[in-house]
Ligand binder design. Structure first.
Ligand code: GTP
Ligand code: MG
Length: 344
């Protein structure tokens, strides 16, 4: 059954992207890269990348001396490149009206639970933002993802964003059957809902990174993607960079990935939901001795960060952690056949 479902999804994706390929979205401009700058060829760009400078922004804020040292170019060339990066980026101020207009476009996707929506500021998972759920196995991270994958398809007045979902599955936990069940409970056509979820299995961290480019491409080709789910964000990174000495490399790669994710969310006004595992924190004597993988890197990049755990009698508890504009509250929700809800 599952195999057949996956085939169906593959066909649907193929079919759809063929149809949409012709349509070009003018709004989406190609992001300039390092090699677009004067004096920066592929060799210099490679040097910069190995020093952790991947994008124009990182270069634009450097001093000519530092850039010269890293890239092995003269001060004059470095200065010219920095100036060009600043010009390309249009580094400056946006007036309040412009800013407000951008915010106006923000969309929300209901989690299925009013109290969980409230915890996240009132209307659920927000576009132009990364929402992270971390917690132990079985805490509901994937179930919330599957629910969001369905709910984003609802019309705006019903708490959706009238869009499709990209589901990047690193652990093989995507269950078409669950999607159908959740859709059914909402009174939606399960087949249609499934067709609107573009699933990709990421086999390693490089593949996971590459898939983001595919997402941008699909959007350019006209796919109305309003939600990107990554389940799990960190598992591959954690497995591949297991040694003590590799921690810095892992964090750098993860940092870059999160940066790309945020850019995707902002450029296309879509919501990003990521799940994250926990590890035991032996330094913690009291309370829940668990810490999110990826530490501060992930914490700082996530706009909203929730800690999920099992509560009483099969309920789930979500706690909001370190939100810049919301209080650190807790709430209770349930995972049912129909996905995430307020009450069993
Ligand atoms: P890991 O990926 O292992 O770290 O855990 P997770 O946080 O992603 O857990 P997940 O979201 O998969 O939650 C699994 C739990 O959800 C199960 O133990 C069940 O309690 C519940 N659940 C999953 N499917 C169903 C279902 O069809 N009906 C009901 N009622 N509950 C379900
Ligand atoms: Mg899971």
């Amino acid at each position: 059954m599952a195999k057949k479902d996956i085939e169906e999804i593959k066909e649907a994706i193929d079919d759809d992207s063929k149809k949409k390929r012709k349509k070009v979205d003018d709004e989406v401009k190609e992001e300039p890269s390092l090699t677009d700058l004067p004096g920066i060829g592929p060799a210099v760009a490679a040097k910069l990348e190995s020093a952790g400078i991947y994008d124009l922004m990182s270069l634009a804020v450097m001093s000519p001396t530092t850039l010269g040292d890293i890239a092995g170019v003269g001060a004059a060339v470095a200065r010219k490149a920095i100036q060009a990066a600043r010009n390309l980026l249009d580094l400056g101020f946006t007036d309040g009206m412009e800013f407000a207009k951008k915010r106006q476009n923000v969309t929300y996707v209901t989690t299925g639970s009013k109290s969980l929506n409230d915890l996240l500021g009132g209307r659920g998972v927000e576009s132009r933002a990364i929402t992270e759920a971390y917690g132990a196995f079985g805490s509901g991270k994937t179930q919330l993802g599957l629910t969001l994958a369905v709910n984003v398809q609802l019309p705006i007045e019903k708490g959706g964003a009238n869009g499709k979902t990209v589901f990047i599955d690193t652990e093989g936990t995507f269950r078409p059957q669950r999607i159908k069940q959740i859709a059914d409970k909402l009174g939606l056509n399960p087949e249609t809902v499934l067709k609107n979820i573009l699933v990709a299995r990421a086999f390693n961290s490089d593949h996971q990174i590459l898939l983001l480019e595919k997402v941008a491409e699909m959007i350019k080709n006209g796919e109305p993607i309003k939600m990107v789910i990554i389940d799990s964000l960190t598992a591959h990174f954690r497995a591949e960079f297991a040694g003590r000495g590799q921690l810095a490399d892992r964090q750098q790669k993860l940092n870059r990935y999160l940066h790309d994710l945020m850019k995707l969310a902002e450029t296309h006004n879509l919501a990003v939901y990521v799940t994250n595992q926990v590890m035991a924190n032996p330094a913690m004597m009291f309370g829940d001795p668990t810490t999110a993988i990826g530490g501060n890197i992930v914490g700082h990049a996530s706009t909203y960060r929730m800690y999920l755990r099992r509560g009483k009698a099969g309920s789930r508890v979500a706690k909001l952690i370190d939100s810049p504009n919301l209080p650190d509250n807790e709430c209770v929700f349930w995972v049912t056949d129909g996905g995430v809800v307020d009450e069993e």
